[in-house]
Design a protein around this ligand. Structure first.
Ligand code: SF4
Length: 422
C-alpha cells in the first residue's frame, strides 16, 4: 500500500481501465434485478483499487462484467462504458477495425454510431494508425476483442481455488494449456515457463509439482496456483475476486504479500474485491464502497479510513473487530443488503441508515463531493459519497436540488466533471 500522495499520483497519469455508468441487469420471469446500477470508477497504472461491500452488493458482477463473463439472464446495458486505455492494445484494435474508430476532438465526426475505439492522440489511418492515447469500449466491441483482452491484458483471480482448478488435470497441464492458447508455447518451452510461473508465486520444487493434481496441494498452494494461471499471459490488470476469503489468516497474509510483490515486479494494476475492511486497509490505494449495486463512497484509502462520510462506510468501519474497546459490544449494521429489484428512486440504504430523514425515501442520492473543497480537486481525486448529507457545506435545499439535477444513477461523475469545466 502506498501513501495518499502516491495513490493520487497514479490517478494523474490517466487510467488504464475506466468504468462509466456500468449497469448490469438480470432478467428473470419473476423480477428484474439491477445487480450493478450506474457504477463508475477508474483503475490507474500500478494502482490497487479496493472494492468493498457485503455479499449481494454487486462487486463480483462488476468484475465479471469487465471481462464479458456475465451469464444469462444477465446483460450489460449498451450505454455502459468499460474502457481499456493501453495504447498498444488500442492501436491493434484500431488497425483491425478502422471503420469503427473515432478521433477525439475531430470537428467533422467521421465516427459511425457503432464506433468503439476512441483515439485521443496519434496519427495515421487504417492499418498504419499509431496511437499515443486512446481507449477501447469493451461494451460496444465485438466478442473477439473482449476475448483477446481476457487473460492477456486483464485476468481474473477467482475466489474459490478448488472450483477454479480442474480436479482431473494436473496443475502443469492446466498452466501449459493457457500458455499454448495465448502464447503458442509447447513441449519443453511450455514446461519451463509453467515451472517459472509456479516458482514466481512461491511454490517450492515447481518442476515436480507440475505433475501433481490440485487435490495434492494445500489451500494456500491452490490459491497461489490460481494466481499463477492468471499471470500466465502476463496481464496488465488483475481482477482479484475475494482471493483470500476461504483462507485462514496466516495464509491470507502470505497471499496478500505475494500479490504486493507481484504487483511491483510486474507493474500490475489490481482491482481487489473483498468484504473485509481489514484487507482493504492492507492492499488498497483507493477504495470504492459498494451497496446494493451502487458505489456509495469513494476516496483514497487513508482518507476513507480517517474520515468515512457515508453512514454505510461508517457502519462497516465500526464493525471491524479490534477497533472497539475491550468489553464493548461490537456494533453491527442491522438488516441485510436489499435485492435491487426496482429502479433507485430513493436511497437503498435508508431502511438501515441511522441518519435517514424523510427525503431519503423519495430522492435518489447521487455520488457527489463530500464538501466543496473536494469538488475543486476533480472528481477522480475527490472524496465522493452518494448520500443526501453531502456536500456537507451546502444547505439541505441546495443538496436536494443538486441530487435531483443529477438525474439517473451514475450521472454524478459526469455532472461533477461538467461543473469543473464551467
Ligand atoms: S441518503 Fe439518507 S438514508 Fe441514505 S445514507 Fe444518506 S442519510 Fe442515510
Amino acid at each position: 500500500m502506498t501513501d495518499e500522495s502516491q495513490a493520487m499520483s497514479g490517478v494523474t497519469d490517466g487510467p488504464l481501465l475506466s468504468v462509466e455508468n456500468l449497469r448490469t441487469t438480470f432478467y428473470t420471469d419473476q423480477e428484474t434485478i439491477h445487480a450493478v446500477d450506474g457504477v463508475s470508477f477508474t483503475v490507474s497504472p500500478q494502482q490497487t483499487l479496493g472494492v468493498v461491500g457485503e455479499s449481494g452488493s454487486g462487486k463480483s458482477v462488476t468484475a465479471r462484467s469487465i471481462l464479458g463473463l456475465v451469464d444469462d439472464p444477465g446483460r450489460v446495458h449498451p450505454d455502459s462504458e468499460i474502457r481499456y486505455h493501453d495504447p498498444a492494445f488500442v492501436q491493434t484494435v484500431a488497425r483491425t477495425y478502422p471503420d469503427r474508430v473515432t478521433w477525439a476532438g475531430e470537428k467533422t465526426a467521421r465516427s459511425a454510431s457503432d464506433a468503439f475505439v476512441t483515439i485521443e492522440s496519434g496519427s495515421g489511418e487504417g492499418s498504419s494508425v499509431t496511437v499515443e492515447r486512446g481507449s477501447v469500449n469493451l461494451v460496444a466491441a465485438p466478442d473477439d476483442v473482449t476475448r483477446s483482452l481476457r487473460g492477456s491484458e486483464v485476468a481474473m483471480v477467482f475466489q474459490d481455488a478448488q472450483t477454479a482448478l480442474n480436479p482431473v488435470y494436473t496443475v502443469g497441464n492446466q498452466i501449459k494449456e493457457l500458455l499454448d492458447i495465448h502464447q503458442g508455447l509447447s513441449g519443453t518451452e511450455a514446461t519451463e515457463a509453467a515451472a517459472d510461473l509456479l516458482e514466481s508465486v512461491g511454490i517450492p520444487d515447481p518442476k515436480r509439482r507440475l505433475s501433481e493434481y490440485p487435490h495434492q496441494f494445500s489451500g494456500g498452494m491452490q490459491q497461489r496456483t490460481v494466481i499463477a494461471l492468471a499471470l500466465a499471459c502476463d496481464p496488465a490488470v488483475l481482477l482479484c475476486d475475494e482471493p483470500t476469503t476461504a483462507l485462514d489468516v496466516t495464509i491470507q497474509a502470505q497471499i496478500l504479500e505475494l500479490l504486493e510483490r507481484l504487483q511491483h515486479e510486474r507493474n500490475l494494476s489490481i482491482l481487489f474485491i473483498t468484504h473485509d475492511m481489514g484487507v482493504i486497509a492492507q492492499v488498497a490505494d483507493a477504495v470504492a464502497v459498494m451497496y446494493a449495486g451502487e458505489v456509495v463512497e469513494q476516496a483514497s484509502v487513508d482518507r476513507l479510513f480517517d474520515q468515512p462520510r457515508h453512514p454505510y462506510t461508517q457502519g462497516l468501519l465500526q464493525s471491524i473487530p479490534g477497533l472497539a474497546s475491550e468489553g464493548d459490544r461490537l456494533p453491527t449494521i442491522d438488516g441485510r443488503v436489499p435485492t435491487p429489484n426496482e429502479p433507485a428512486t430513493y436511497c437503498r440504504y435508508a431502511p438501515r441508515c441511522p441518519e435517514a430523514f424523510e427525503e431519503c425515501k423519495s430522492t435518489h442520492p447521487e455520488r457527489v463531493p463530500v464538501d466543496s473543497a473536494n469538488e475543486k480537486s476533480g472528481w477522480m481525486r475527490a472524496h465522493t459519497a452518494a448520500c443526501l448529507l453531502y456536500p456537507e457545506d451546502e444547505s439541505l435545499e441546495n443538496r436536494l436540488q443538486m441530487h435531483h439535477n443529477f438525474g439517473t444513477p451514475g450521472e454524478s461523475d459526469a455532472a461533477t466533471t461538467a461543473r469543473e469545466d464551467d
